[in-house]
Write a protein that binds this ligand. Structure first.
Ligand code: PCA
Length: 221
């Protein structure tokens, strides 16, 4: 245990997952991040929290967590049924366009996440370095160019907006990762064990990589 009087606080990593939605009884994103709660990774303490699959409320809950923990790194994780690999999301767009209702019954169509906000934000995670690390260990991974237009993209956009505009969060890096179904939910799938192993490595790589290995990454404006 750290002595609160003498120890400098351990920097934190905030990891979020979602509750089940769309008729599923579980959400692999929550199972995977929960398994990493309180773990130490690369000198950082992981705090895992669940967000509701609800437009608006999820963003509010995330903003509260950011204020409470002032993490060095944030990775929001969500389920993307139908994908076969851990998807490192590149870009969040200012669009809500739901194909199904969220867990509160809302189904926004062609509306903005934040009216008047920028069209999009890029992740500030070193996704190419993370991709290389995961693939190097044989964990299926890919860079994804869209997080969709449902609650995950909504949260991703809200996260990047908070990090870009809030004083006190200017040095916090963050982004979004989608994970496949678990074997019991459908195919393609990955096991919880592989998801946990992959996320752990993704976090360690992000913490160890201050700038991405890809030339020009994060420089497009
Ligand atoms: N996946 C959904 C929202 C919650 C989740 O886990 C999405 O991809 O938008």
């Amino acid at each position: 245990m750290d002595n609160p009087k003498t120890a400098t606080p351990v920097p934190r990593v905030l990891l979020t997952g979602f509750d089940a939605f769309g008729g599923d009884v579980l959400n692999p994103s929550w199972l995977a991040v929960q398994a990493l709660h309180r773990r130490r990774i690369y000198g950082h303490q992981v705090v895992a929290a669940q967000l509701p699959t609800v437009f608006g409320a999820a963003r509010v809950a995330l903003a509260r967590l950011l204020r409470a923990h002032k993490p060095a790194l944030v990775i929001c994780v969500g389920q993307a049924g139908g994908r076969a690999a851990i998807s490192l999301e590149r870009i969040a767009i200012n669009v809500d366009d739901a194909r199904i209702a969220d867990n509160a019954g809302a189904q926004p169509v062609d509306t903005a996440v934040l009216p008047g906000g920028p069209v999009a934000y890029f992740t500030t995670l070193p996704i190419k370095a993370m991709l290389q690390a995961l693939q190097g260990k044989g964990i299926p991974a890919e860079v994804s160019q869209t997080a969709g237009t449902f609650v995950c993209n909504h949260v991703f956009y809200g996260l990047m907006h908070e990090l870009a505009t809030r004083r006190g969060l200017k040095r916090t890096r963050g982004g979004f990762v989608h994970v496949p179904w678990l074997p019991g939910q459908g195919q393609p799938s990955m096991t919880t064990q592989d998801l946990v192993r992959g996320l752990r490595l993704a976090i360690a790589t992000a913490l160890a990589t201050p700038a991405d290995i890809a030339k020009g990454a994060g420089a497009i404006s």
